[in-house]
Design a protein around this ligand. Sequence first.
Ligand code: NAD
Length: 507
Amino acid sequence: MTDTSIQSLLSHFPADAPLVPVVNPSTGKRIFDLPQLSADQVKEAFAKARAFAPAWSATPAKERQAVLTRMHDLMLKNETKLLDVLQLETGKSRAHAFEEFAGAAGAARYYGRKAAKFLKNSPTRAGVPVITKTWVEYQSLGVVGIITPWNYPMALANLDVLPALAAGNAVVQKADNQTALTSLFCRMLAIEAGLPAAAWTIVVGDGAEVGNAVTDNCDYVAFTGSTATGRKVAERAAARLIGFSLELGGKNPMIVLPSAKLDQAAELAIAGGFGSAGQLCVSIERVYVENSRKAEFLKILAAKVESLIIGKSSDFSVDIGSLTSANQLARVSGFIDNAVKDGATLVAGGKALPEHGPYFYAPTVLTDVAHDAPAGCLEVFGPVLVVFGYDSVDEAVTLANDTELGLNASVVGKESEAIRIASRLNAGSVNVNEGFRASFASMDSPMGGMKQSGKGRRNGRAGIIRFTDQRTVGVAASWLRLPSRGRHYNRMAPLMRLLSKILNRIG
Ligand code: NAD
């Protein structure tokens, strides 16, 4: 990406804002300086979005959704540039960038086809058939605030921003400082596809200052990030009685059943655990294997992990890219060093790889970790698989569920058995013979977390309806008056009793 095109994207921000450098994680070199907005500037951005919102809300839903269909095509046309900017800011491999790109384009395609249908008035069963009729209307909320992290900037922008726009809202998105360019690029394509520029504003700056200003000024906040920050956002939103959805962290388990082929399970653990160098909310971090096969599984897994190609490349020749920041490198190596100090066995990896770039870290497999030790129960958010043993499948299910988090889970083995086990796992998605991609790729399926992993769901019908207020309209037939005086019930009450009996019979 040229300096001129970067500066053109950055011109979205006020010219007088102070600057912070943004670093390319693969090289450690400064790419550009990013303006940092103040809370007052965010407030101003909301005022402008609010002034524009009624015009966008009045635009027919079909016209709004057509913008997304055109945006989808523009994304495909600009695939190379989108992948380049994603890799530039996140350091992920080309393959993982492509996976994200495919998800982001899928969101534009899905809501581009379905939004208007989801937003159509929906008839409901009347309380008194024939005499009354009812339906629900979906009204846009006004200005939706969307707060996104740095790990999946393209997919997360599209998964939340696009349905909020399609529902007729203006959007103010707080992008993470590290990945604002990717969001700006998506916004530019949306504008090229026909979105009025005022409908989607991006703000950046200090997480707490700008994040709080978003929650304080919006009509609904969709937050994606850590459980700790999500709790703060929820408290702030609750004080204002605005709606919110939270997509938070995970400590996602994979159960390898006795019926599983170990080679296939190890390959799935790698694909499920090391996507975007493990910096993925739904990625697998815990693997449960029966004790009698654990040693064999570790041997197979270690050999596969050691054969992964690490590095930077703008083609699909590399398996795993860099971590995204110095903070991430410190976080991941801290978890691993402490686990090893506490007696964990390092089966593979366990070291930084500065020969590739400043934040590269080797994909790592640990075992002999206590289930309640930090590496065993807290989200590492890096390329680390911790392997535990189990004696019975019931024990594996209990251990998999023994966490405050419940975002994603995986079961590997004979399909019919794995599907039965899936229903016993307390997670918002469970993937059978896959790590996360089977559920993650389905835009029609709700995505979100149980327990401390979130509130609400994105994707599907629920993913757009959350950005609306619902109005029930009830109409009474003009040819019959509903009773207004006590004495009218002498005739009405027996009729209602009879009707109730009939309705209960016929269903
Ligand atoms: P984070 O919570 O530190 O930050 C997320 C976003 O919130 C950033 O834009 C940040 O600047 C902003 N922020 C910081 N303080 C804020 C505040 N007080 N109010 C409002 N916003 C504030 O998370 P992170 O480290 O950037 O992202 C990694 C986390 O996100 C992991 O826990 C991961 O599992 C989670 N995540 C979840 C999903 C999901 O769909 N469930 C997807 C991606 C990432």
